[in-house]
Design a protein around this ligand. Structure first.
Ligand SMILES: NC(=O)c1ccc[n+]([C@@H]2O[C@H](COP(=O)([O-])OP(=O)(O)OC[C@H]3O[C@@H](n4cnc5c(N)ncnc54)[C@H](O)[C@@H]3O)[C@@H](O)[C@H]2O)c1
Length: 438
């Protein structure tokens, strides 16, 4: 099948700018890439590094590695930078995050120590539990956004970069819903100049990135690029955007199990999800305003998959509750429990119980890598605006206005791989397979 996209070759260095550079997810990502580059670790969990893609008929036995099939940037060509409110090198931050052991960190100590954050745009109004000490000053939000643009330009110049991707791994901001100030670019910029409260710092990073022609991916549930004005800017600048909220632990499981219930037409009475985590993300989410942003993101998943409107007898009135409890002793090693009350043939009740002992940043780090590489690919392929094919990585995937998001993990994976096939002019895989029996 002919694709109308030509993919520009990934020449030169790719800058990876991370907001929240000193956080748990970011430092685990950085350390992992550095270790993989040196052959000291395997990039487990990364589709771009370990995944394959089937091409053509099953009888052809063609399943190359994705990174051999399509032109992705090489790990050796990534150059890291970013912003944080703490002026600390990334080795010290990784130690504080407590995700990786000293044995691992010491193998890449020098490289991690060399990375320090630029001053952040931060306002405690948006993340109540944090205090920023390494923060920019400016007359208004517009001016702060311009300072971020200067940072991006300087980073590109100093490191002789061909291009950049920016990814938000910063804390979850308070809940903001789309309103008049996000309606179009003109209103959005006016609101920045007036320091309007509905313009959060993450939106300033997004705006700066897009104006500099840098792709932007959002790993947190903040509104950020999921607003008409920012979408308009992305289109205008020909830059890809994606989000939001990395799909890692409990929601990852939910988007595998719920499609199974629906596929077998098993009914649902209730789904109670609870978890404990003790990292800084847990502390930030302990604030009700930041939790609300996360809650909205986590709750949307079931409704999207089960489609109660289409299946009222099975899914009309289920009870769905999500709880996140900050519990410091666990650090980054989250534990989650799900109790699922279901019903089958003639309405007989049954239960499913899940206890997942995961590591938050270990699950998130490969997603950061894949998003960086795929967003860069999208940009080089001339794809602009919302990248729905990257829904696979997000709890609340961004979609074109009027569309409902696709949450089922395996449909998302099929969409992603078919997009890669399409970009390379390969036949799409429909799984019809009747031709094998003719
Ligand atoms: N780990 C996961 O599985 C997972 C899954 C989905 C989403 N997320 C989201 O990813 C984000 C990062 O998670 P984490 O565990 O690394 O959290 P973290 O608290 O360890 O790191 C966040 C970092 O962002 C910095 N920060 C906050 N506001 C900033 C700003 N305006 N500018 C620059 N830096 C800023 C903080 O100082 C901190 O270093 C969170 O929003 C979290 O909700 C994580």
């Amino acid at each position: 099948m002919q694709s109308n996209h030509t993919i520009r070759k990934p020449k030169g260095k790719l800058g990876v700018l991370v907001v929240g550079l000193n956080g748990a997810v970011s430092t685990t990502f950085l350390a992992g890439v550095m270790a993989v580059r040196k052959g000291l670790a395997q990039p487990v969990g990364s589709l771009t590094q370990m995944g394959t893609i089937r091409l053509g008929k099953r009888t052809e036995h063609r399943s190359p590695l994705i990174k051999k099939f399509i032109e992705l940037a090489k790990l050796d060509d990534l150059v890291f930078g970013g912003w944080d409110i703490r002026n600390e090198n990334c080795y010290d931050s990784a130690l504080h995050a407590g995700v990786l052991t000293l044995d691992h960190l010491n193998l890449i100590k020098k490289e991690l120590q060399a990375i320090r954050p630029m001053k952040a745009v931060f306002d405690q109004f948006y993340v109540k539990r944090l205090h920023g000490s390494h923060v920019k000053k400016g007359k208004n939000k517009f001016e702060l956004m311009e300072q971020l643009r200067e940072d991006i330009r300087a980073f590109k110049k100093q490191n002789k970069l061909d291009r950049c991707v920016l990814i938000w791994c910063g804390s979850t901001e308070v809940f903001i819903s789309v309103n008049g100030v996000h309606k179009n670019l003109k209103k959005f910029e006016e609101a920045m100049k007036k320091n309007h409260a509905d313009i959060a710092p993450s939106m300033l990073y997004a705006c700066a990135a897009l104006k500099e022609g840098v792709a932007f991916a959002n790993g947190a549930p903040n509104l950020t690029v999921d607003a008409p004005a920012v979408m308009e800017l992305a289109k205008q600048m020909g830059v890809p955007i994606s989000g939001k909220d990395f799909k890692t632990g409990q929601t990852l499981l939910k988007t595998v199990l719920a499609p199974m219930l629906k596929a077998r037409l098993i009914g649902l009475n209730g789904w109670f999800s609870s978890n404990i985590l003790g990292n800084r993300d847990g502390e930030v989410l302990d604030d009700p305003d930041s939790f609300k942003t996360k809650e909205e993101s986590k709750l949307s998943v079931l409704e999207g998959i089960l489609q109660p409107d289409l299946y009222p007898d099975l899914y009309k009135d289920y009870y769905h509750k999500v709880r996140i409890n900050y519990y410091p002793p666990r650090g980054d090693n989250k534990e989650s429990w799900d109790n699922i009350d279901i019903f089958g043939w003639m309405g007989y009740p049954m239960q499913v119980k899940i206890n997942f002992l995961c590591r938050d940043s270990i699950l998130a780090a490969p997603i950061v890598l894949d998003l960086v590489l795929f967003m860069d690919l999208a940009h080089r392929a001339g794809m602009k605006g919302i990248q729905e094919w990257l829904s696979f990585y997000f709890k609340s995937p961004m979609v074109a206005p009027g569309l409902y998001p696709e949450h089922d993990l395996f449909i998302q994976l099929m969409k992603l791989k078919n997009t890669l096939r399409h970009l390379k002019g390969e036949e799409l895989i429909t799984h019809l397979g009747l031709e094998y029996y003719d």
